[in-house]
Ligand binder design. Structure first.
Ligand code: C2E
Ligand code: CA
Ligand code: CA
Ligand code: CA
Length: 278
């Protein structure tokens, strides 16, 4: 906006002012939310592509706002990132997801893997490895249970640092998934360099898998690439049986999507898993 000159400034002023004010309100509310237990995790099942059994879950944060009702992460994660609350929020999500996983393991639920999303800022945080170590010690989750989902941009910002952080996480038995695969910088080289364990095909490719030859080609290529590098391939955003069938035929490993279930609050998730395994 600066480059457009001084004369334009007044046109930006009101809306910018409002945006800043809005943001400030969200920021204050969010601080408050962290202190007053207004955040809640929903869990979306991850199923084995062939057996269609539940193998894990992804934790997705929700904000139960006292006045505005339930707010989705798309509305507040970026604010949390900008105002420096993301590390606190992220640490809460990590602990809560692991605590819940441990409770499920003790209460006769099938042993599930748990995936937690990490923001780029969290990945830069020097405390990250310590927080993960402590959380795993407290909850005594076995190796291979926790998986962290990161995006391609995290790896490209500071590759050397990223490699060393990922190696430390790997030593702790933590799996690393590349989220939204194919939408970011997509350097195939990093898949070899970084100790990642799975890739998640972005839902934009899965969407038109049966109608768009380009998307089909991309999905086929990603599955092939993943498998030749010994990575698990997860497809997200699967909504239709035809998409599932296509992915099953292509040997995709795991599936997430509304076809099976949307993200669910704890009691509903528990019931869903029990009903499914009967
Ligand atoms: P994501 O990690 O790519 O998570 C998948 C999103 O797609 C979720 O939206 C989920 O509800 C939605 N989804 C799942 N299956 C389907 C489907 O079949 N069709 C469609 N249309 N959508 C589907 P949600 O929960 O609103 O989360 C949005 C994003 O917010 C996440 O995208 C993730 O980037 C971020 N996020 C969520 N929770 C956390 C968190 O605890 N920490 C951080 N850093 N980011 C989070
Ligand atoms: Ca994710
Ligand atoms: Ca994703
Ligand atoms: Ca398309």
């Amino acid at each position: 906006a600066k480059a457009e000159g001084r004369n334009n400034y007044r046109f930006f002023l009101p809306s910018m002012h409002e945006r800043v004010k809005e943001r400030k309100t969200i920021e204050e509310d969010l601080r408050n939310a962290l202190e007053h237990d207004q955040l809640e995790l929903f869990y979306q099942p991850k199923v084995d592509c062939l057996t269609e059994q539940v193998v894990g879950a992804e934790a997705l944060v929700r904000w139960k706002h006292p006045e505005r009702g339930m707010i989705l992460p798309g509305e507040f994660i970026s604010v949390a990132e900008e105002c420096g609350l993301i590390n606190k929020l992220g640490a809460w999500v990590l602990r809560e997801a692991c605590r819940q996983t441990q409770i499920w393991r003790e209460n006769g639920m099938p042993d599930l893997r748990m995936a937690v999303n990490l923001s780029p800022a969290q990945f830069q945080d020097v405390e990250l490895v310590r927080t993960v170590t402590q959380t795993l010690e407290t909850t005594k989750l076995p190796e291979g249970t926790l998986e962290l989902e990161i995006t391609e941009s995290i790896l490209m910002n500071n590759p050397e640092k990223a490699v060393s952080t990922l190696k430390e996480l790997k030593k702790l038995g933590v799996g690393i998934a590349i989220d939204d695969f194919g939408t970011g910088y997509s350097s195939l080289n990093y898949l070899k360099r970084f100790p990642v364990t799975s890739i998640k095909i972005d839902r934009s490719f899965v969407n038109d898998i049966n109608v768009d030859p380009d998307d089909k080609a991309i999905v086929d290529a990603v599955i092939g690439l993943g498998h030749s590098l010994h990575l698990d391939v997860v497809a997200e955003g699967v909504e239709e049986v035809e998409q599932l069938q296509y992915l099953q035929n292509k040997g995709c490993d795991f599936i997430q999507g509304f076809l099976f279930s949307k993200p669910l609050p704890v009691p509903v998730f528990e019931k869903w898993v029990k009903d499914r395994n009967e």
